[in-house]
Ligand binder design. Structure first.
Ligand code: PLP
Length: 394
């Protein structure tokens, strides 16, 4: 009844999903306030008040015919808003409404990009640890995922990357700030990465695209945001309103390219076709309209920085070993037990702490926690984390 491939994937059901189910079970037994659930990357900060004002205004002044099909590329005013935002953020980068497509989240944009460029068995490089859905997206477009481990500090190991690039490499997915580690590559890192790709393109007479996945673009703490448009030549820039604006459930994202890039028009035509034929059609017209009415898409997300600081303090006090996160809302500490799955089981069963094993992200010996939770939960979990580490050391 079900395809072999889906059946196999279902039996290897995601760790995040398993932890979610375990959390529901534990909450039913102990009460929600006694369970420290750090397993999910769901934004906890609400959209800006201007978003709700725009919705209210719209409800009082609806547009007749305003909910019918729209062009698959998206509303011009939404694309203009995105182009203006990217221009303010990154300078003169050649992005106009014509080189932006509105998609169903960053996830939709990645699927559209991959579907547009991959032939069967073309290779796509994914750095590990990674956002697990990438492998399914590559698979959706009949490509072949090639995994390259990030260095110990979660920066790119250029020698390792070089070893994995072949004549079939069509794209590299780069997520910055990074899920699950919270690390941030600098401008120099991006430039060195780009130089290597250009060298390899010449060597293999190939075209290597960079799918720069940036849904955490405005969640960067104490560091300057790098400028991918200035560093990377063959850039497909992907982002969304899921995290920055807290609109994850509304499913609005976008894919932008520099209109001066060679073949920009052909790429955009392919994206629009893929957006339609993957079945997404156009991204939600109402959310596109609301976005275009916001005074700005720039958000200061002080709430996540506060949570990052609180979480770092809890883990440091308890004695965990981790690279301090610079962006996003995840931390990826070393597992105190060699078996990260056993560690996460112990944390859940004995201490009501829900974490996700690093092996679920393609990097064993670690665990991921999301600090996109209430500050209260972070603070209340302090003693439980201490006791957990003590138990592992005993
Ligand atoms: N890329 C990364 C690295 C993510 O963490 C997520 C969501 O968690 C996505 C893409 C998908 O984002 P969206 O909700 O905008 O589709």
């Amino acid at each position: 009844m079900i395809s072999q491939e889906i059946k196999q994937n279902l039996t290897q059901s995601s760790w995040i999903r398993k932890m979610f189910e375990e959390g529901q079970r534990l909450k039913a037994i102990h009460g929600a306030d006694k369970v420290y659930d750090f397993s999910l990357g769901n934004p906890v900060i609400d959209p800006p008040k201007e978003y709700f004002e725009a919705l209210k205004n719209y409800a009082h002044n609806p547009i007749s015919g305003g909910h019918s099909y729209i062009p698959n590329q998206g509303l011009v005013e939404a694309r203009e808003k995105v182009a203006e935002h990217l221009g303010d953020r990154y300078g003169d980068i050649g992005v106009s409404h014509e080189s932006v497509i509105m998609t169903s989240g960053a996830a939709g944009a990645l699927n559209v990009a991959l579907r547009s460029i991959l032939n069967e068995d073309d290779e796509v490089i994914i750095f590990t640890p990674f956002f697990v859905e990438y492998k399914f997206y590559v698979n959706n477009a009949k490509g072949k995922a090639v995994y390259v481990p990030l260095a110990e500090d979660f920066t790119i190991d250029l020698d390792k990357l070089a070893e994995h690039i072949t004549g079939r490499t069509k794209a590299v997915i780069l997520n910055n700030p990074h899920n699950p580690t919270g690390q941030l590559l600098t401008q120099e890192d991006l430039e060195a990465f780009n130089s290597l790709l250009r060298e390899k393109e010449t060597e293999h007479e190939a075209m290597i695209h960079v799918l720069y996945d940036d849904p955490y673009s405005q969640l960067i703490y104490d560091y300057d945001a790098p400028n991918p448009f200035k560093a990377i030549d063959r850039l497909f820039y992907v982002s969304s309103f899921s995290k920055d604006l807290g609109l994850a459930g509304e499913r609005l994202g976008y894919l932008a390219i520099d209109s001066r890039m060679e073949d920009a028009g052909e790429y955009m035509a392919a994206f629009v076709f893929a957006n339609r034929t993957l079945g997404f059609g156009n991204a939600s017209v109402t959310v596109q309209r609301m976005i275009s009415q916001l005074p700005t898409l720039t958000q200061e997300q002080a709430g996540y920085k506060e949570r990052r600081n609180a979480m770092v303090e809890v883990l440091t006090d308890a004695g965990f070993d981790f690279v301090e996160p610079k962006g996003g809302f995840f931390i990826f500490p070393k597992s105190p037990l060699a078996d990260d799955t056993a560690f996460c089981k112990l944390a859940a069963e004995k201490f009501n702490i829900l974490l996700v094993p690093g092996s679920g992200f393609g990097r064993e010996g670690h665990f991921r926690l999301s600090y996109s939770v209430s500050l209260e939960q972070i603070e209340n979990s302090k003693e439980a984390f201490k006791a957990l580490l003590q138990e592992c050391k005993a």
